[in-house]
Design a protein around this ligand. Structure first.
Ligand SMILES: [Zn+2]
Length: 167
């Protein structure tokens, strides 16, 4: 239950990122989840609680819009690091969740995310390989910066290559 499988049942809009999801996770999702949480310095982006190395699975990669929307499934704008408790609170209060996301991103990025959510993507096998490489490069960059002592938030780029966007 630590992955919160039943939390927010019926609120699939917010909860596909949790345990019993309909969309299966692949290695892109796993790497993306790591990036989202490392970006936040392994702190909950709502309450600020820090998760040390031996307790990292208690910090969730929480998607704003459903992961089933392929165009934003791996978008840095579409996910945040939330502890179980904040994830649950926001999940039970969709209006609160909406307000939090909007405040967190700011109006401009929130609008950009909504536009991106509606775009169509066409993913071929080699696009997935490119996406994976992009995610991995971001991960290595983040790791190097952490090793060099950089604290706080480290942003990462959207990994989607230009070719995947339908006209
Ligand atoms: Zn929290």
């Amino acid at each position: 239950m630590r992955d919160g499988a039943r939390v927010g049942a019926g609120l699939e809009h917010n909860y596909v990122a949790l345990g019993k999801m309909k969309t299966r996770r692949d290695k892109l999702d796993t790497l993306f989840s790591l990036l989202v949480r490392e970006r936040a310095g392994w702190m909950c982006e709502v309450c600020g609680r820090y998760f040390p190395e031996d307790d990292r699975q208690s910090l969730h990669c929480s998607h704003h819009f459903s992961r089933r929307k392929r165009s934003i499934r791996l978008s840095p704008l579409n996910a945040s690091a939330h502890c179980f408790s904040c994830h649950q609170t926001l999940g039970e209060n969709p209006v609160l969740f909406h307000d939090w996301i909007k405040g967190h991103l700011g109006d401009e990025k929130f609008a950009a995310l909504r536009v991106q959510a509606k775009r169509l993507v066409r993913l071929r096998k080699r696009d997935k390989a490119d996406i994976y490489s992009n995610l991995k490069a971001s991960w290595q960059d983040m790791q190097a910066r952490r090793k060099a002592g950089e604290m706080g938030r480290i942003e990462f780029e959207d990994p989607m290559p230009d070719e995947v966007w339908a006209a």
